[in-house]
Design a protein around this ligand. Sequence first.
Ligand code: DGT
Ligand code: CA
Ligand code: CA
Ligand code: ZN
Length: 585
Amino acid sequence: MTKHEIADVFNDIATLMELKGENPFKIRAYSNGARRLETLEEDLDELIREGALSDVPGFGKALVQKIETLHSEGRLDFYDELKASIEPGIVSMLEIPGLGGKKIKILHEKLGVTSIEELKTACDENRVAELKGFGEKSQDKIVEGIKNREAYGKRHLWWRARAVAEPILDGLLALPEVEKASHAGSFRRLREHVGDLDFIVASSDPGPVMDWFVAQEDVKEITAKGETKASVRFETGLQADLRVVPAEQFSFALHHFTGSKDHNVLMRQRALARGLSLSEWGLKPVESESFDDSLEASSEEELFGLLDLKFVPPELREGLGEIEVAEERDFPELLELEDLRGVFHNHTTASDGRSTLEEMTQAVQNIGWEYWGVADHSKASFQANGLDEDRLLKQIDCIEILNASKAYSVHVFSGNECDILPDGSLDLDEDVLMKLDYVVVSVHSSFTQSEAETTDRLIRAIENPAATMLGHLTGRLLLSREGYKVDVPKVIDAAIANGVIVELNANPYRLDMDWRFWRKAAEKGLLTSINPDAHSTKHFPFVEAGVNVARKGWLTSENVLNALPLKDVAAILARKRPNLKSLVL
Ligand code: DGT
Ligand code: CA
Ligand code: CA
Ligand code: ZN
């Protein structure tokens, strides 16, 4: 752990000890220790290596031991046990502004509250206001804090965060004082959701940059403002951090605050193995006093180069094997939005979509794609006005007529999103399904089956000769609904064995299958399709969120069906439809 992380732990320990009503002198030793660590001028690694930690004023024997353990092992029994000894509901009350260990202890002892919900009830019943040392005002503040926590405590979808992040970056870049500016953090790493936004700016005149940042129109609250660091909160609860650094530190700060933490740990270890110390300020010989003699890197490429590494794309910096690759070779060219030539899995007004077949075709043509595939719901999804066999056959005719009319430069594939019934069979007659160019098979019901049942159910559907691709593998909705339990690697193996494509559902709330599975799956030979699951012409842009996930999953255009030209797509679909004339173009 870094000294800042250790300081965080010490502050936590102090608060937890307050909650338990422990000796105030001991408590103060930890909070003072945290402050000493934060302001420590010497290098912590060096102090530890030289055994000089106990020479630092304020670091007693107990503290020194704990710092060393946290530094080397990243965890501490004492801390874990302390945390475990207090009910989680009580600990969670610390998230409410204005409530520290002491006050929570009183609330717990006098009112018996053990969770935020119980605290809310106590406030509603005016019991907190009547407590000595609280009063009406602090009760109101607690109620406000609980309300805000619900709005602010959550993470934010990348897709929504982007709408906030892009204008900020544009605004920063337009300031005359700004030499360089970039996103950092999880947003830059293209995570599916972000805790907050991070921005790094290079400037020799930070004042006006800081002033602009906190004065943005949508800022609801300035949560911090110093000379080179600021944090603001927007109406949606999303928070943004800004850091301004001198130009020569920019690459180091950008790399550091892009993270991830795990990636940074590996990078620092690699630097140490070369006798170098890497930080947000630079890269210097371990023995030199300050980062004033840092090596120079005018870009992240150069920074990686200083450690004999190829440039690691930000979205791959998760500490999941990227450094090993960067030691040896350039990274593959990850999928780009421009690589896509069409899309499958789209709904029309025939089921629950809001745009007609013609409107969707026109929109695809306007984007400049070569083809798209219809995939309306099947009859078991009656709430989505799913199609039965008769309606589906009529739709196939409509698509044939549309293609034959040559009214559009776009080819339309006929398909269906066919429900996988609870036993793994498909919702529509196989004869009819085989008349389609392709079939997406998806689960829309019986989410509560066991993992084994769901896995078998999906595999049975995959083995169905009519199945072309598997839709939204887990059915999750990010930040609101867990997916159904399923053995993902087993499903991947079954898909590969049966020549079935696994979709990458690009709806920003789904992004299913998750990025963590793609690298390995693609290495084993799995093909994907970036599917917007569009229910309107407005949803085609979702594919960008899907491309993000594909990149995070190390995918290249070779792994993606809808990056292929029309003829090659038809050839792949024809593997499952050898008798279908319409596929031969
Ligand atoms: P988020 O915001 O939770 O989605 O995730 P990140 O990765 O954006 O994390 P954030 O905003 O806390 O910090 C940005 C980066 O700064 C993080 O990826 C790694 C780096 N970093 C360096 N030192 C520390 C540290 O002591 N604590 C944390 N949390 N991050 C650090
Ligand atoms: Ca962040
Ligand atoms: Ca942050
Ligand atoms: Zn679906």
